[in-house]
Design a protein around this ligand. Sequence first.
Ligand code: GLN
Length: 473
Amino acid sequence: MLKTRQLSSVELTKSYLEWIREVEPELKALVTVTDELALAQAEKADELIAAGEAQSPLSGIPVLIKDNMCTRGVRTTCSSRMLDNFVPPYDATVVEKLNDCHVVVVGKTNMDEFAMGSSTENSAFFPTRNPWDRSRVPGGSSGGSAVGVAAGEAVYALGSDTGGSIRQPAGFCGVTGLKPTYGRVSRYGLVAFASSLDQIGPLTQDVADCALVLGAIAGYDPRDSTSVPYPAPDYTQCLRDDLKGLRLGVPKEYFVEGMQPEVAAVIRAAISQLEGLGASVDWEASLPHTPYALAAYYIIAPSEASANLARYDGVKYGFSYAETDSMWQAMEKTREHGFGPEVKRRIMLGTYALSAGYYDAWYLKAQKVRTLIRQEFDQAFSRFDALITPTSPTVPFKIGEKVDDPLQMYLSDVCTLPINIAGLPAVSIPAGFTEGLPVGMQIIGKPFSEETILKVAHAFQQTTDWHQKKPEM
Ligand code: GLN
């Protein structure tokens, strides 16, 4: 409609901004609504479209950005008091790439503080509500991005995923969410949590959109030394309707103890459907080191976080506690008041694991476990093109239900974090419902096989309509 001028980007943007105003008081998915920027970008997009100069199908389309990606001139808080007043002087590479496509940024989304959490309840500002049941969490840490897409506050969103933060909220909110292979998308301008695990990816209404957005943000970036120098393919070219000849494995360890039986049933039914599309399925595949992934993650991620978060000293930028006598006290007070309890817990865990005398027992051991997990996936991918698991062991839980029990909260990512440990790509797609709540299915691929997992996910969406269901608004 934009291309044929039946609709202008300004009209489209205004209608999204109006909808945002209507639903935000209840959902609280956004930290900042960028009305002015959005309208200016929409006007520009309209001009380019009229002149026939807008090449990207994303031109003029509204998007939401998680609030841990730097946006020039727009507050970027990480949902932390520490960065409450931080206005970056530059754009993250992914934002720059979207701007090159002349997209329309309508807002920045709420998240767990510094992306540490699984429910968006760790936001220093407010919790976000799940549009399918407002007494429940949307998942996290990209909860605002998932809700924004599920509730139609934008056409798509960007999130970040360190241990499941795109896929778990996508699963909880009934949208499609993809974590790319480590190194596929530049992390430049993404506020660092755990640098060896972090990746940025899309949250969208369906797989076709996901392929489009991934293609727009992927690619080598000299400003991120871990980004790989492979050109980004056109991911929309790989989308097919049948899965003939594809070998799928279902690792039994992912149907963990404590998993809701209804969730397992939905996933098993969805896998049968993939079988019906022509794929061969091994229902008894095994990744025996899986039970150690959670422990390894909660050593490695906090260790990296403790180093990355050392930069918040109240001197260079962000929150600063001024009324003190000494430099040391200023630093202490800044960190005491600037960070929330989960962030402090991670810094303490990480500092402990890295400290002299404990390094070998904890950090080094976790790295060895990481290698074993990675090797085990390598071996599995000599037999399978993709692995299928639930995204989460449960449906979205109640707000407040797990806040006092960090271990229960951590267990929410038991199916997603091994994938970050191994640096693999994985996508979560809506696979069905139980008690009116969405259930996500995770499709995991070998490094840089985003095309394969998108193909599987797309074929599934061609014969099901779970991704088209919308919460009542
Ligand atoms: N929930 C996990 C954690 O708290 C993962 C978060 C993420 O992927 N950013 O660390």
